[in-house]
Design a protein around this ligand. Sequence first.
Ligand code: RTP
Length: 155
Amino acid sequence: LVASLEQVEQTYIMVKPDGVQRGLVGEIISRFERKGFKLTGLKLFQCPKELAEEHYKDLKTKSFYPTLIDYITSGPVVCMVWEGVGVVASARKLIGSTNPLQAEPGTIRGDLAVQTGRNVVHGSDSPENGKRETALWFKEGELYEWTPAQAPWLM
Ligand code: RTP
């Protein structure tokens, strides 16, 4: 069964500075790869303050906002775009609850994190935000379309 193009979503996934510093980049990428999603963008990147503020603009009024901006800009992040049917919601499931203590074992945060303020990874929360965040973090020439050698039934 081949998915129609309209069903294919994209999501913006980011290994946060703590994930990079703890050597969890490969582990996190593996989980999305093994699930069967397609990587269409990938880079190591030092996020400027302005971009962090734009990315998290909906949280501007929250008390933890300044700490969050400091955290995200505290070291390089790994920016990724993953594509596939249902990838937005599926990635959120793979990632687990925002508070790692509430995240189920088997999820990235459930297995690898303890604190909300150091929860190792970000994932877009809707297909619209998947598009918005992809456009925010990647330039057009940095994204690639390619055909997987195996499992074409997943695409
Ligand atoms: P993300 O955007 O990183 O995937 O996280 P999320 O949707 O699960 O959570 P959201 O409510 O959008 O919060 C974004 C990030 O802000 C930090 N946070 N800190 N100290 C706190 O109470 C608190 N609450 C949220 C987390 O790093 C969270 O992922």
